[in-house]
Design a protein around this ligand. Structure first.
Ligand SMILES: [Zn+2]
Length: 327
C-alpha cells in the first residue's frame, strides 16, 4: 500500500528515515514510561544516569546505537543500562515501519503511530507500576474519537468509535464495580476501564470482544506459566490489604478510584521527594490495593490484544471464521 520509490537506494533511504523517526519516538517513550507515573515533566530536565546523575550527552543518547556502543553501561559510572531502553526504541521503529507499510506517508500513518506509541508506553508503565495514568488513557480516548471522525482510525465509522468507547467503558466499569462489591476485591482497575474505552474509540465497537478475548487468553496463559514456574509477580506492595484495611471498608475518598494515576491529582511532596530510585512505590497513590499473588497486570495484555487486532484482524478472521462478525 505504501508508495516506495522504485530506485533501490532511494527506497532504502526512505525506510531508514522511517526507522529513525520511529526509534526517536521510542526514545521519547522511554522518558514517558519513567516520568509520567511519578508526575515528572517529560521535557525537563534532560536525561540523567539514574545511578550517578551524570547528564547524558547527545552522542550517548542516540536510539539503539548508543546503547550498543556503550555496551549497556553508563559512560561515567559504568552502571548497567537496562535492555528495555533499546527494546522500546526498537518497538517505536517497528511501529513506524508498519504504519508506513500500511498507510504510506499519510496522516493515517501518523495517527496509527501515535496510537501504537501510547499503547506501548501504557503497557510498560502498567508492568512497572500497575498503573494506567489518566494522563495517557484520556488522550487516547479523545484522539480515538477525533481520528475516527477524520476517518484515519481503524474504527469503521465515528458511530462505531463512539459506541466502542461507551461499550468499552460500560462493560469494564460493570466488571470492576461488581467485582469490588461481590468479590470484595478488585477485579479490574479503573485504568483498564479507560484503556478499553480508548481501544473501543480507535478500533470500533466490533473489536472489543476479540480484543478482550485475546487479552484474557494470553493473560491467563502467562499467569499459569508463572505459577507453574513458581515465581508469582506479587506487584509493587508485599503486605496483605486486610492487615490495615478490613475488606468492605468504604474507601475514604470515593472520587479517587483504585489504580488512579497521578495525573488525576497532583503528586504529593512525599511522592516527588522519593526520586527515581523508588519510583515503583512513589507511583502508587493508593495504599489499599495489593495485586493478588501470581497476578499479572491486565493492561499489557489489553495492549497486546489491541495490536493483534489492529494489525491482524483480517488475517485472523480468514483463519477463524468465528471472528468475521467482529470485523
Ligand atoms: Zn552513571
Amino acid at each position: 500500500m505504501s508508495t516506495l520509490p522504485p530506485d533501490p537506494l532511494l527506497r532504502a533511504a526512505v525506510l531508514a528515515w522511517v526507522f529513525a523517526v520511529g526509534a526517536v519516538i521510542g526514545s521519547f517513550l522511554n522518558v514517558v514510561i519513567a516520568r509520567v507515573p511519578v508526575g515528572e515533566s517529560i521535557v525537563h530536565p534532560p536525561s540523567r544516569c539514574p545511578a550517578c546523575g551524570a547528564g547524558i550527552r547527545w552522542f550517548d543518547n542516540i536510539p539503539i546505537v548508543s546503547w550498543l556502543l556503550l555496551r549497556a553501561r553508563c559512560r561515567r559510572c559504568a552502571a548497567p543500562i537496562s535492555w528495555r531502553y533499546p527494546a522500546v526504541e526498537l518497538l517505536g521503529a517497528l511501529a513506524a515501519l508498519i504504519a508506513f507499510q500500511r498507510h504510506g506517508l499519510t496522516f493515517a500513518a501518523a495517527a496509527e503511530l501515535a496510537f501504537v506509541a501510547a499503547l506501548v508506553a501504557l503497557a510498560f508503565i502498567d508492568l512497572d507500576t500497575w498503573l494506567l495514568p489518566h494522563a495517557i488513557t484520556w488522550p487516547v480516548l479523545g484522539t480515538g474519537l477525533a481520528a475516527s471522525a477524520l476517518g484515519v482510525a481503524a474504527a469503521p465509522s465515528l458511530r462505531s468509535s463512539a459506541l466502542g468507547a461507551a461499550l468499552g467503558f460500560a462493560a469494564f466499569a460493570l466488571v470492576s464495580i461488581v467485582g469490588e462489591r461481590v468479590l470484595r476485591k478488585e477485579a479490574l482497575g479503573f485504568g483498564d476501564v479507560w484503556l478499553l474505552a480508548g481501544l473501543g474509540a480507535w478500533l470500533g465497537a466490533g473489536a472489543l470482544i476479540p480484543v478482550v478475548l485475546f487479552a484474557s487468553t494470553q493473560g491467563a496463559l502467562v499467569g499459569l506459566a508463572q505459577i507453574a514456574a513458581g515465581k508469582g509477580q506479587p506487584g509493587p506492595a508485599a503486605e496483605e490489604p486486610e492487615a490495615s484495611d478490613p475488606p468492605g471498608t468504604p474507601p475514604d475518598a470515593p472520587a479517587a478510584p483504585v489504580r488512579d494515576g497521578p495525573a488525576a491529582s497532583p503528586p504529593s511532596e512525599e511522592v516527588a521527594s522519593q526520586g527515581p530510585a523508588s519510583e515503583h512505590d512513589g507511583a502508587r497513590e493508593d495504599d489499599d490495593w495489593v495485586p493478588p499473588r501470581h497476578a499479572v497486570p491486565f493492561g499489557p495484555f489489553l495492549v497486546l490484544g489491541a495490536l493483534e487486532w489492529l494489525y491482524g484482524a483480517h488475517a485472523l478472521a480468514s483463519l477463524v471464521p468465528g471472528l468475521r462478525p467482529f470485523l
